[in-house]
Design a protein around this ligand. Structure first.
Ligand code: PLP
Length: 394
């Protein structure tokens, strides 16, 4: 018999993937130059030169059995030591290699972190707008998703709404800053309010409520924005990190889970992370990538092209009459739909060759998401289409 839940997940693609596939069909029909695909967050900047040259050298000089062999399940000792050293230097932290579990990107890191702290029937609170796959990861752990709204148009956490969403069954709260899809960077003030709420709720319910901080966009910030180091604000934090965007290599699948050294029962949580990874079959991330990262930690892709795209789009779209909150991080623009139904707007945008993701699956109605990780030349060519699209509403 086919597992019905697995079938349901596999047979209906995510809305973003669906739109991306539609873009491929449209490009074949209309010509690639007439379709502007803002659907998927695939980085267009190159990985840094240091990364590529380290990769080539390691590929050439490492004996194959070592290069391609299994590493330890949580990652090779050298990378975990390098990660611990890097985080300690960057944030004045006190981790040891045992705090890290190397994963195939943030998706696996989240699956493992949620699986480690959520038991069947418990709740995990997500803050809208949120990455739609959280729902899949939480339900996979037997958990129930509870959505807390944010304050629009800044998309900072709404502490009162969050307080109402955290029940005695809450196992964890997931935050994602810089945020996909809004581009919001949660301020230190917001995070201080959020973490003191978590401390109050943990005390009130006599249990630990974990904070899972999903950080694939940590290095992608603009206008001098800073991303606070979450474990310094809340002891029971588990960080899920990915190099997909910060090194422009989403297809290489590499990231990690870091359990804060101050988490209550830290060693047991690290064991549970290892167990959740084992249960999911996520043991031993790609060995080659682990070796390259060990030598290149702290080097990131140049994101000036994203900053330029952000500036160009914000200025143009605002002048055409769109409502957009300036994003300070990630590479997404969250644009208010000129009509209440974002799906209808996205369908109309397709007729102008624009692929924009309706916001409903992110937990907020009435917006579309643009992934502006594109070549600036393409962004500039798409501007008349955005103008035509808005004019079609007048
Ligand atoms: N979390 C967020 C907020 C994301 O936007 C993504 C990918 O786009 C992921 C997690 C998954 O990242 P990875 O490619 O590292 O699995």
């Amino acid at each position: 018999m086919i597992n019905p839940e697995a079938y349901a997940l596999g047979s209906c693609r995510s809305e973003i993937r669906e739109l991306y596939e539609c873009g491929l069909r449209m490009k074949a029909e209309l010509g690639a130059e007439n379709v502007f695909d803002y659907s998927i967050g695939n980085p267009t900047t190159d990985p840094p030169e240091e990364f590529t040259s380290a990769a080539l050298r390691i590929l050439r000089d490492t004996p194959p059995a070592e290069l391609h062999g299994y590493t330890s399940a949580p990652g090779c000792a050298e990378l975990r030591a390098a990660l611990s050293d890097y985080i300690n230097r960057r944030y004045g932290e006190e981790t040891v290699p045992g705090n890290f579990y190397v994963t195939v990107g943030a998706s696996a890191a989240l699956t493992v972190a949620i699986g480690a702290v959520c038991t069947t029937g418990e709740e995990v609170v997500v803050i809208a707008p949120f990455f739609p796959e959280y729902r899949v990861f939480i339900e996979n752990a037997g958990g129930r998703v509870v959505v807390a709204p944010t304050r629009e148009p800044e998309f900072q956490p709404d502490i009162e709404a969050l307080a109402a969403a955290i029940s005695p069954r809450c196992a964890a709260v997931i935050i994602n800053s810089p945020n996909n899809p809004s581009g919001a960077v949660y301020t230190e003030e917001s995070l201080r309010a959020l973490t003191s709420l978590l401390r109050r709720k943990s005390y009130e319910y006599g249990k630990t409520i974990y904070l899972i901080s999903d950080e694939p966009y940590r290095e992608l910030v603009y206008d001098g924005a800073t991303v606070p180091y979450v474990p310094s604000l809340y002891d029971d934090t588990i960080v899920c990190y990915s190099y997909s965007k910060s090194l422009s290599l989403p297809g290489e699948r590499i990231g990690y889970v870091m359990v804060s050294p101050r988490t209550r029962g830290c060693d047991a949580i690290c064991d549970a992370v290892a167990g959740a990874a084992r249960r999911a079959g996520y043991v031993c991330a790609p060995s080659f990538m682990q070796k390259v990262l060990t030598e290149t930690l702290g080097i990131y892709s140049d994101i000036s092209v994203y900053d330029e795209n952000r500036r160009v789009l914000l200025e143009a779209l605002t002048s055409y009459g769109y409502t957009v909150t300036p994003p300070h991080g990630a590479f997404y623009l969250f644009v208010k739909s000129p009509e209440p139904d974002a799906h209808a707007f996205s369908e109309r945008a397709k007729k102008h060759g624009l692929l924009l993701v309706p916001s409903d699956s992110f937990g907020v109605p009435g917006y579309v998401r643009l992934a502006y990780c594109k070549r600036t030349e393409e962004v500039l060519r798409s501007l008349p289409k955005f103008r035509e699209l808005m004019e079609s509403y007048k």
